[in-house]
Design a protein around this ligand. Structure first.
Ligand SMILES: [Zn+2]
Length: 483
């Protein structure tokens, strides 16, 4: 996700430094049939998951993350400073209600945690390693009127993180049950296969993850079927006002959906340049399409596999930056995954750094890599100075989960800014060839998998043929101080 860093910079008088294959048989498969009703603002879903036990343990239950409940009354859905941007028509709530959960045609017991974030489905029989179980769910999502990942705004309806998604099972840990977080992206999932059928009134235009394999219209309803392989989530956006323009990077179709953009062709070109640049720097984008989607969104943008949301509220001078940032997430989050709740520095740090690399490679955009780094360093020093003055101390550690950041500026500075500087400083410490080998090998080794702090460090040490553990430890712990 990209925050509105410009607002934070104004707030703290900071200088302007700115101006994401396994064999398919082993993956979980999701088949979802969803019907959107724009009168009741609901999404009725029937979902079948072929869940594969890829752990070394025998399972009695399977857990799912229920992000749709992050919009329920009583949850802290957005940081306070974003409330006005989030709710276009006043406070509004949403949630997910289950009708039934079944295995082999019979109802099974299930429970939703007190925080409403986790669904636990009890299995009828023990599931041994490499065995598969088909779990059926019927549920209704009630949409909030909110400019957020999931909800309807004045121009578009966002369906990000809408469906129950299997929690990642880590051996020795069990199912990883992330909390909701108003700040950052509290997501963590395994690469899976998707077949999603979406029905909606025919005057809407659909943008989605995966690729469209069929579309039909009957009785005023359009039904679109989308297929996505080797992706870790599935998202779609609907709008009556979408115009679509497209271009190609090799065999990849880049589509730009917009409803209010005088510079649409420019933003399509930025998207094309971003995919071209990141393929050259890190490795191939392994899908057939990428949709860049202007929508109602309270932050700058949001990344999903094959689809990025770009807020229609981004300041004009930041539009290219946000587009490039969200597209970089296709490599860092999308293709190479990590637990974004526990290790947000990995995906956001690499993404912010990759964005700076884009401007270094594409000088016609008018942003200078060295100046980006200098300004980021100054901004970070200012953050430390201001917060030390206010609180007497500031926690500069990066390896914290989202709930452990005390303030929004602390999260943005420690994760985005310091994350970017960590990779820039590492770059300065070795040859260009070695450094880019680290990035390319990391991408290759963790493509379609989940990384972690330990795995990233181990990969970089191996590629650089050098012990970088103390370097990473100093940065992550907060020991590194800018003078
Ligand atoms: Zn981001």
């Amino acid at each position: 996700m990209k925050k509105f860093v410009f607002v934070l910079m104004i707030a703290f008088c900071l200088p302007l430094f700115l101006v994401g294959c396994s064999t398919t048989s082993e993956l979980n498969s999701y088949k979802i049939e969803a019907i959107y009703d724009d009168q009741s603002q609901t999404l009725d879903c029937v979902q079948k998951i072929d869940y594969v036990n890829n752990s070394e343990s025998v399972l009695n239950e399977v857990c799912f993350f229920l992000y749709a409940n992050a919009f329920a009354e009583g949850q802290t859905t957005v940081p306070n400073s974003y409330t006005n941007r989030a709710y276009p028509n006043g406070e509004s709530f949403g949630n997910l209600e289950f009708e039934s959960v079944q295995i082999d045609g019979q109802d099974v017991s299930f429970s939703v945690s007190e925080e409403k974030n986790i669904l636990t489905v009890s299995l009828i029989q023990e599931l041994f390693p490499q065995e598969k179980v088909e779990i059926y769910m019927m549920y209704t999502i009630n949409l909030a009127n909110i400019n957020h990942r999931l909800g309807y705004g004045n121009n578009a309806v966002n369906f990000g993180n809408f469906f129950p998604i299997a929690c990642v099972y880590e051996d020795g840990v069990g199912f990883v049950k992330n909390q909701f977080s108003a700040s950052g992206d509290p997501f963590y999932s395994d690469v899976s296969n998707f077949n999603v059928s979406i029905s909606y009134p025919e005057d809407y235009v659909l943008a989605s993850s995966g690729e469209l394999i069929s579309q039909s219209v009957m009785d005023g309803q359009t039904t679109s079927v989308c297929k996505g392989e080797d992706i870790r989530d599935f998202c779609f956006v609907l709008s009556k006002d979408f115009q679509v323009i497209s271009d190609n990077v090799g065999e990849i179709e880049i589509k730009y959906y917009f409803y209010d953009d005088a510079n649409a062709q420019t933003h399509l070109k930025t998207s094309v340049d971003a995919v071209t640049t990141f393929q050259n720097l890190f490795g191939k984008y392994p899908y057939s399409q990428l949709s860049v989607v202007q929508t109602n969104f309270c932050f700058g943008g949001m990344e999903y596999p094959n689809l990025v949301m770009i807020s229609d509220d981004v300041e004009q001078e930041a539009e290219n930056y946000v587009i490039v940032h969200e597209i970089a997430h296709q490599w860092w989050y999308g293709i190479v995954g990590n637990n974004e709740y526990e290790d947000s520095w990995i995906d956001e740090g690499l993404t912010e750094f990759s964005t700076a690399l884009f401007f270094e490679q594409n000088r016609e955009y008018g942003l200078d890599y060295d100046i980006i780094m200098e300004n980021a360093t100054d901004a970070y020093k200012n953050f430390v100075s201001i917060f030390t003055n206010i609180n007497g101390d500031v926690d500069e550690s990066m390896e914290r989960n989202l709930s452990q950041f005390n303030t929004e500026p602390e999260y943005v500075n420690c994760v985005y800014t310091k994350g970017m500087l960590l990779f820039d400083n590492l770059r300065q410490s070795m040859s260009e060839k070695k450094f880019f080998n680290c990035l390319r090998n990391y991408y290759k080794d963790y493509k379609f998998k989940n990384s972690s702090s330990e795995k990233l460090i181990e990969s970089f040490c191996h590629s650089a043929n050098s012990n970088l553990e103390s370097y990473f430890a100093a940065w992550l712990s907060g020991e590194v101080v800018f003078q």
